[in-house]
Design a binder for this molecule. Structure first.
Ligand SMILES: [Zn+2]
Length: 300
């Protein structure tokens, strides 16, 4: 399975950098950047890699947050944004720590410690900009914000005519949701990943809204999911209901289905063909009930 850190994983990394943790070292807050070593220039999206040290020198880390899947460092003058992508990780270590050959960008602080951006697969990105909107401006709403209400979700779903699964992955539609949490939310809501966004009833929209918040909050409570990227320490992979469970029994109480893996919009997608309905509830409930009945007769 290939995964990428999503909202709960990125939020956990940001929190650990802010507060300090066993996995990520002491808090990064208050440290002042003295030098920047760039060993993989393509990791620096902005400014030009050769200018990044001059731009960052003397800037203090004032806050660490998250927007979508991006870690946001508020500095004295600029904002530094880090996208971990497939395999990125950030740690704060003492200057004398053993070198890490995957730490392609290293931010050295005045106190001798360093923030290392380690990235075995080299898909991660760093931006240093005056205004975060230059990079984050196109992102959709944050699904855990108070402003993200069922009415907001309803309006956004109605305004598009797209399959639910790829739409939920679209960062301009909703920020922070990726393959794991989209599959989990659709399963919790009982919605087929190939339902069209503008065909949902009010009840279905509300179910999806609740399911998105539930899956993301559960993920946060477990410090995210540790699948196969470098992200460590999460526990949500232990309680997944759909993602990565192809062939296994559906865990919805009373459901007799098995999780199936299909490809939707080029992304692997896990769902239960019995309790996640494709068309309207009317037709599909009948079909699902008929399938259950046939299966029950076979087992008799
Ligand atoms: Zn099911």
């Amino acid at each position: 399975m290939r995964g990428m850190p999503e909202l709960p994983e990125v939020e956990t990394v940001a929190r650990e950098l802010r507060e300090g943790s066993a996995a990520r070292g002491p808090s990064v807050l208050g440290r002042v950047i003295a030098r920047v070593t760039v060993r993989w220039p393509r990791q620096i999206a902005a400014p030009a890699p050769r200018d990044v040290e001059a731009r960052l020198r003397g800037q203090k880390v004032l806050a660490v947050g998250r927007r979508g899947k991006v870690i946001v460092f508020t500095l004295s003058r600029d904002v530094m944004l880090v996208h971990l992508r497939m395999s990125g990780d950030l740690t704060v270590v003492p200057g004398e720590a053993p070198p890490d050959k995957h730490a392609h960008t290293v931010f050295q602080f005045e106190d001798g410690s360093e923030l290392r951006f380690s990235d075995t697969r080299k898909f991660g990105k760093v931006w240093v900009v005056a205004d975060a909107a230059a990079v984050l401006g196109a992102l959709g709403p944050e699904p855990l914000d108070d402003a993200f209400t069922p009415a907001v979700l309803a309006e956004r779903l109605q305004g598009r005519h797209r399959l639910l699964k790829p739409l939920l992955l679209d960062q301009a539609f909703l920020a922070g949701v990726g393959n794991i949490y989209a599959d989990e939310a659709l399963h919790l809501a009982g919605l087929h990943p190939q339902r069209l966004s503008d065909t949902l009833t009010q009840r279905e929209v509300r179910a999806l809204w609740k399911a998105l918040r539930l899956a993301l909050n559960d993920g946060l409570r477990h410090n995210g999911a540790s699948i196969d990227w470098q992200y460590r320490g999460g526990g949500y992979q232990e309680v997944l209901r759909a993602y990565g469970r192809a062939g296994r029994e559906c865990q919805r109480p009373g459901c007799t289905g098995r999780i199936r893996r299909i490809v939707v919009g080029q992304r692997s997608t896990h769902f239960c063909p019995v309790c996640q309905l494709k068309r309207g509830p009317g037709v599909d409930w009948v079909e699902a009930a008929a399938r259950r009945s046939r299966r029950a007769r076979r087992e008799d």
